[in-house]
Design a protein around this ligand. Structure first.
Ligand SMILES: Nc1ncnc2c1ncn2[C@@H]1O[C@H](COP(=O)(O)OP(=O)(O)OP(=O)(O)O)[C@@H](O)[C@H]1O
Length: 299
């Protein structure tokens, strides 16, 4: 592959990705590409297969089918790939017996792309002092430290598995803002899993919904806005008329009927009630009930 081809190649490619634990199949043949420079949200219920998918990308688990990260097989070439891939998991732990400064020194010895200077600069504006012992940091400070560590790695792909689990809303917001402002560039790609999709949708460029080991939606956020619409109607007559347009989901909220449509004409909907783009969590709830959201476009 030439350098120009490599620049255009997807960062992650999966074809027919399957994972079995014993006789139980957890991933049922996922096909997707993650291009460079994008911010991907991988969303699914507990046990849907998010962490298993990330583990396959990180080379932590061996799967059937094909998976390539930066053109390489992550399971076979894990050590090599980790120079260009950084990772925060919900269970990842930092060595508690070290001071922050010692952690940075250690990392600069073991990771070729880690910059101590950058890590220190990311701590500015936080309450974390370089002399602090890691075991004495609060959960929120620990998450900030973790973020400082990964942002100080010059990686092409950053994978975050529930990075803000257990943090309060202020920390969570600060965490994502920091990530977006200080880390993202066109050369970097971000893959995030979370249950709190509403908190990250502002920064996503693409979304993948996974349900019971199948990708049921894989789309750019702009396409989501074009394709899906939410309609709120206040009277039963309009609701009846709207039902003929085949909503994919319907519920009653505070006495009003809320429906979600896939591919319906917005002008027609607007004649029946208030139309908007559904939030990602509303869309998630709606699509989790259907067989598949877009089998033909889920790549
Ligand atoms: N090592 C393992 N051995 C057996 N089963 C496993 C193993 N790891 C995961 N599983 C099963 O695979 C399924 C998917 O798990 P996974 O951790 O990928 O889900 P998840 O979408 O990340 O869930 P959560 O949101 O709860 O973290 C679950 O049913 C889980 O019990």
């Amino acid at each position: 592959m030439t350098e120009a081809e490599a620049a255009l190649a997807p960062i992650v490619t999966a074809r027919g990705l399957r994972k079995k634990f014993g006789s139980k199949e957890i991933l049922h043949g996922l096909d997707f590409d993650i291009p460079a420079g994008r911010i991907y949200g991988l969303i699914g219920h507990n046990g849907a297969g998010k962490t298993t998918t990330l583990n396959a990308i990180l080379g932590l688990t061996n799967c059937q089918g094909t998976i390539r990260v930066l053109g390489e097989d992550p399971f076979a070439r894990r050590a090599n790939l980790m120079e260009n891939v950084a990772f925060i998991s919900d269970v990842a732990s930092l060595p508690r017996f070290l001071r922050v400064r010692e952690l940075f020194a250690l990392l600069s010895n073991i990771h070729p792309n880690f910059s101590q200077d950058k890590a220190h600069s990311f701590l500015e504006g936080t309450d974390i002092r370089p002399e602090a012992k890691i075991k004495q940091l609060s959960k929120g400070m620990m998450a900030q430290l973790h973020l400082a560590v990964v942002m100080a790695i010059d990686a092409k792909l950053l994978v975050l598995d529930e990075p803000t689990l257990g943090l309060d809303i202020t920390y969570r917001k600060r965490f994502y803002r920091r990530l977006l402002e200080d880390y993202m560039t066109e050369e970097r790609t971000l893959l995030i899993t979370t249950h709190q999709v509403d908190e990250i949708e502002f920064m996503l460029s693409d979304i993948m919904f996974i349900r019971d080991g199948d990708l049921i939606l894989h789309m750019q956020m702009e396409t989501v806005n074009d394709k899906f619409a939410q309609l709120v109607v206040g009277d039963e007559q309009s609701a009846e008329a709207a039902r003929t347009l085949k909503p994919v989901y319907e519920e009653t909220r505070f006495g009003q009927t809320v429906m979600i449509f896939d591919g319906a004409d917005r002008e027609t909907l607007a004649s029946l009630g208030k139309v908007s783009t559904p939030t990602m969590s509303d869309l998630f709830v709606a699509l989790m009930q259907r067989p598949t959201a877009n089998p033909e476009t889920a790549k």
